[in-house]
Design a protein around this ligand. Sequence first.
Ligand SMILES: [Fe+2]
Ligand SMILES: [Fe+2]
Length: 471
Amino acid sequence: MTIDYAEKIPNNVNLANDRTLQRALEHWQPHFLQWWHEMGPSDFAQADVYLRTATSVDAQGWAQYGAVKMPDYRWGIFLADAVADRRIHFGDNIGQPVWQQVPGEHRSTLRRLIVTQGDTEPASVEQQRLLGHSCPSLYDLRNLFQINVEEGRHLWAMVYLLHAYFGRDGREEAEELLARHSGDADKPRILTTFNEPISDWLSLYCFTYFTDRDGKYQLKSLAESAFDPLSRTCRFMLTEEAHHMFVGETGIGRVVKRTLEVMKQLGTDDPARIRAHGAVDLPLLQKYLNFWCSSSLDLFGSEISSNAAANFAAGLKGRPDESGYEDHVLRDKTLDLQTPQGVEHVPMLNALNEVMRDSYLKDCELGLRRWNRAIERAGHALRLRLPSAHFRRSIGAWVNQPVTPEGKLVSQEEYAKRIGEWLPTESDRAFVRSLMQKVVAPGKMAAWLAPPERGINNLPVEYDYVKLGSE
Ligand SMILES: [Fe+2]
Ligand SMILES: [Fe+2]
């Protein structure tokens, strides 16, 4: 089904047939645009950006590319096609038909899941709003804005569900999604990672690598949901999400590539000399990986969680790629969980956050392998690593435990003394900020970053991806 762009709100959910819902969403639309204007990308409203816009939910050719001014982007509501006779395929209600309406007993839990997911979408736009001013290239600037408009669309996706299925409460939550702001002292975003400032592009690449990937795992688990509109919404969001992680993975890969060039040119791996040459030394990159990976790991919740058990049993939230597992009920399975007090045998249902975190970490490893291959080929012994899942946790069994990135429990004293070896210090951050000089000549790259291997949608890297006009 192709999407009707003549509508005020492009959609494939037959909005025109539900006047009440349509009116409610058209009432929210100017509030969204006002939010975009105030909290979205700072400046660049007049720039023509080479953006993709969803035009259908077909796996083949779902998007169209062209120059768009961001405030004119067609944010719409798109659900993946319904699966005929879809059945609940995990938990205690296996085999029953999926729900087209919200069951009363799950109403508040589903609303909370949708609001929590929805809150992250505008939050990330807010976190990234100043980055345009220090873009390392037009290609990167375009990618940033692509991510921003799509996170805006993901907000629309969640707001549609709130408006369509949760009545007045849902409409109130939709307003609140625009009222909370990332890092705000009084009304912060719900999850900590989404209140961390992203003030440089190294952080952006780490955020899109680690935190958008958390998004992928959350969406995958909600795509399994017995609440069918949520499942269909998330399935289509995943299509867009892939590009966000691509920006992270290739971004970090390009940092590594450039650093290796500088190391070769200077014939040294001395961080001070690499920095003096305007590149990011690999130990510094490692600190940024440690920061964003550990922060994103918290997003999966406590290792032992009765909520996770209840959500799974009820069919609200499955495991990512649920059909790849054999047992979909998990009533008589346990998991051996490492805690600071020793190994605990936990009912599998209660350990699902940990199961999810584990598959997420395996996915995170893939990029590291690629970056490390480049480092190895260049003849260097250093390897980038993911920090231990017990490092710098602020929730769960390992909260505030003095654990090194290698996973070793040390004294509080040693931890405090060495934390600057593991996480970016103030001077590290100041150095990274000093690299962030705006580069906007088509095809030119900042000195700390290698060019991408190819451009967007088969266009050359030198293409004028953002026509700045009178900015
Ligand atoms: Fe998103
Ligand atoms: Fe994303």
